[in-house]
Design a protein around this ligand. Structure first.
Ligand SMILES: [Fe+2]
Length: 540
């Protein structure tokens, strides 16, 4: 510092450290006080934090700074936006710089120095210290310790500090804004990542919409959040989070009102109250409406409304909502395609089964019953619904390889000779080869290939034993055996239940997995109902 009249200043002395605050009722983290300390540190001048309206002194940076604020000075503190110097005729020079407001009250950083030289005793100071009961010696001592500074040098110093502080604050605000943006972007990416990771086909559109609503509510904080979604079963659902001042019919009314809007962009209305729109939708302050569409078909809408306080919907909010709507639309489309694919697959499987049934009418319905009995066994074993569907479909397909067996063997009345039996034993592998190129039914293939394996390892085609045999095939083996024994054949009648169950008991652990035979005995009444449907058997 080059101020030549600082001979008597108290720069950063041990007793009065710079940057400290005295008599402050405010929090140390109050922005006004942080700025006050910065002014004091940068200028080495004393400062008081003053309420610009009442003139109250809220804090000061030096303990021994006399709390002096003449009315002439106080009256000029309103609206201080830059450095202001107020010279008093007594030789005191007051300076004021703007500070951030405290709880909405404008505050100003104020200080004073002596303009004259050592020995000068401004009348305002003398009056104040006399009222405090100071002696002449104490006044002399205090005056001797004060800073002296010419106003033009003081002004140059304060302007430099103020401008650099303003510039620095601008940079800090920009950094803070960028940091907030990065934080928000990070949170958005987190949400989008979580949602895309949740896009399994097993997740219903409603589950996904619920998840979207929860996340968008956490991140954007709008008071009303809604998703209207049409599921592939053509049912409309309204999901809500928070408080929405309009209902489903209101949302439809809003959509119709803006039917000419270009829906490739979100509809954003930030100023509604006091307008015709506001009159028609009371309680609505602002809103964003985004269609859930994959660009081909629209399956619903997302609506957010009423941001708290003075906030408005901007690019950040609308782009996040649009991204979520696109994710929901894509998921919806994928589910529809998957469902169509599943329907086609079922049609294909049915036509294959019809072909087999047409070839061997005597066993018509066998595959359907094996599928249903297998399903019942799977349910008894506590398997999930998705697995039960697989068991059923594998049951439908298990003998599809018989399509490739010569009719003279397949339809032969009576016992097969060794060669014929070898030929018919080819059907699991033929079925496997027919189906293995079809991507979506790979998981059914073990049931087709291995349903004639024996638990003891003596079956075909792979000679697998025990738990080497896929569970699907072990279940189908029991279902297949039950229906084969129970059904009539050209050369024999179907067996009574008691006989079948004796065979099952003997064969548990030999031909069949004992845990599946156990499951059979727990569910035998229900299996008998399934097995006897459409099967011609003698009364037991
Ligand atoms: Fe078979």
């Amino acid at each position: 510092m080059t101020i030549d009249t600082y001979d008597h200043c108290e720069l950063g002395s041990a007793s009065w450290p710079l940057g400290s605050l005295y008599r402050s009722a405010l929090s140390e983290r109050e922005p006004a006080l942080i700025q006050l300390r910065e002014y004091a540190e940068a200028t080495s001048l004393p400062f008081m934090c003053v309420d610009a309206q009442s003139g109250s002194i809220l804090a000061k940076t030096r303990e021994h700074l006399l709390e002096l604020l003449p009315w002439t000075v106080q009256s000029q503190l309103s609206g201080v936006t830059a450095v202001r110097l107020i010279e008093l005729s007594s030789g005191l020079v007051f300076y004021a710089l703007p500070l951030p407001s405290v709880d909405g009250t404008p505050t100003v950083a104020v200080g004073y120095v002596l303009n004259g030289g050592p020995g000068e005793q401004p009348e305002e100071i003398v009056e104040l210290v006399e009222s405090l009961g100071w002696s002449s010696a104490e006044i002399d001592d205090w005056c001797a310790r004060q800073q002296f500074c010419r106003p033009e040098i003081l002004e140059r110093l304060l302007v430099t500090v103020f401008e650099s502080s303003t510039h620095e604050r601008g940079l800090e605000e920009e950094i803070q804004r960028l940091a907030n943006e990065v934080q928000r972007t990070y949170e958005e990416i987190g949400i989008l990542h979580e949602l895309t990771a949740s896009l399994q086909l097993s997740r219903s559109p409603l589950d996904l919409a619920e998840l979207c609503l929860d996340r968008v509510y956490e991140l954007i904080g709008a008071q009303g959040n809604a998703v209207v979604i049409d599921t592939w079963k053509q049912r409309r659902h309204l999901l809500l989070k928070g408080h929405l001042p309009i209902d489903d019919a209101g949302i439809q009314r809003m959509i119709r009102r803006f039917e000419t809007h270009d829906w490739s962009r979100p509809l954003v209305k930030n100023q509604i109250q006091g307008t015709l729109l506001g009159s028609d939708f009371p309680g609505l302050k602002n809103f964003v409406l985004v269609p859930i569409t994959d660009g081909i078909e629209r399956s619903g809408w997302v609506m957010l409304c009423n941001l708290p306080g003075e906030r408005q919907f901007g690019v950040v909010e609308t782009s996040l909502i649009s991204s979520l709507a696109t994710i929901m639309a894509t998921h919806h489309r994928n589910l529809s395609l998957y469902q169509e694919h599943q329907d086609l697959l079922l049609q294909f499987v049915s036509s294959l089964i019809s072909t087999l049934d047409a070839k061997d009418p005597y066993t018509a319905g066998h595959s359907e019953r094996v599928g249903r009995i297998g399903r019942q066994l799977g349910q008894e074993l506590g398997l999930p619904e998705e697995d039960l569907d697989d068991i059923y479909q594998a049951g439908l397909l298990h003998d599809i390889g018989k399509i490739g067996i010569n009719d003279s063997i397949l339809l032969k009345n009576g016992d097969l000779n060794a060669n014929e039996f070898t030929e018919i034993k080819r059907h699991p592998l033929i079925g496997y080869r027919i189906l293995k190129g079809l991507g979506n039914i790979q998981k059914l293939l073990p049931g087709v290939r291995n349903h004639h394996e024996n638990y003891s390892g003596t079956g075909y085609p792979d000679g697998l034993a025990g738990e080497e045999i896929p569970m699907l095939a072990r279940i189908l083996a029991v279902a297949d055996a039950y229906d084969a024994m129970r059904s009539d054949r050209p050369y024999r009648k179907g067996m009574p239940i008691e006989k079948i169950e004796q065979i099952f008991k003997r064969g548990a652990g030999q031909q069949w997995d004992p845990q599946i035979i156990d499951a059979y005995f727990r569910a035998n009444d229900r299996i008998r109902e399934i097995g006897d449907a459409g099967v011609s058997v003698d009364a037991d």
